[in-house]
Design a protein around this ligand. Sequence first.
Ligand code: SF4
Ligand code: SF4
Length: 395
Amino acid sequence: MLYREDKKGNRISALGFGCMRLPQDDREKCGRLIDSALKSGINYFDTAFMYSGNEELVGSLLGRYDRGSYFLASKIPPALCFTKKDFERIFRIQLKRLGTDYIDYYLIHCLSDYSAWNRLCRMGIEDWIREKIESGAIRNIGFSYHGGTADFKKLIDSFDWDFAQVQYNYMDEFNQAGREGVEYAHSKGIPLIVMEPLRGGSLTGKLPQKALERLAADNQSAASLGLRWVLDKKEILCVLSGMNTEEQLSENTAIAESAAAGCLGEDEKERIEFIKSAIRESFVIGCTGCGYCQPCPNGVAIPACFEARNNFENGKNHPVFKMNPARRQYLHSTAVLGKSPMNASLCVKCGRCEKKCPQGLKIMSLLEETAEVMEPAWFMIPIKAYRMINSGKKR
Ligand code: SF4
Ligand code: SF4
């Protein structure tokens, strides 16, 4: 494993373990994954208060190892903080869940703009952080971010941060904090943790055929190209990957072991440009499936609707049944036949989701379009009839 140094000289593995996607219903499997990760030299593990059940799981699995042999990162949710007391209350719950008396890397979770930080400052978060740093209960303080470049730069300048965490991958070079923000943070001596290096899987398994063919011809995996693009950047301290199989873990470890800053060859840069245009040609909706827009008060499964729509646009009719398989996916993933459907046409345009989307998607109009494409009358009339017969309810 290659290691990079943080602001205080700690050696962090270039590949970090994003624990949110651990298969939590299979504790033994999770244990084996954590064991393999540590064995392969990964020493950075990321969780959050908001990942249901995840802090307890990660804390108990890592608790089998010497506390000094790994770095633990967790996050405080600003949306649940209304007074200074809430910072302490949530932090104590986290320590208990994690089974530790300190957190190595503590983040304000998903700051989306500068005003969100200002709100926390008015509650006294700066003093609270300083107290925690002084007592050693927090070793490094940072924030995770999904807003635009300008506010990211303002946030970087607003406190004595030890690190920050951003979404960064070759499709988002100019989105969110973007290259400008990444370089700005570096110029201020603030190292960055990267999340979504493969854009929620859309830069691996969900690549368009044209891109997959190019990768196969050039004998490089999609994960290798995506992770190497990020690890190539000297501004990056660690790339998080949400690995939930041993195969993913060993592939990503092998990639990170040979990807020092400046690793990307000219041939790979050209390949990335080719793949970027293939993706742009194929995607109708740039949803990463992050789920920040959820829950919708009216029950719309926004990411599921968009994923099915993208697959629909990229799919072909089944040779026998003459129907695009994404229609079936839409039917299942939005429970359109059930008692609590979650399909696009249920959107009442309240606008709550759009404020939370890190990609800045115009969710309401995209859902309207998606409903037109995925819920044509010929498809919905039999479904509505079926639902009425089976549940006696109209929706
Ligand atoms: S705008 Fe539509 S999809 Fe978004 S939260 Fe409101 S009802 Fe749900
Ligand atoms: S619509 Fe936006 S917030 Fe919702 S899953 Fe997609 S990218 Fe994430």
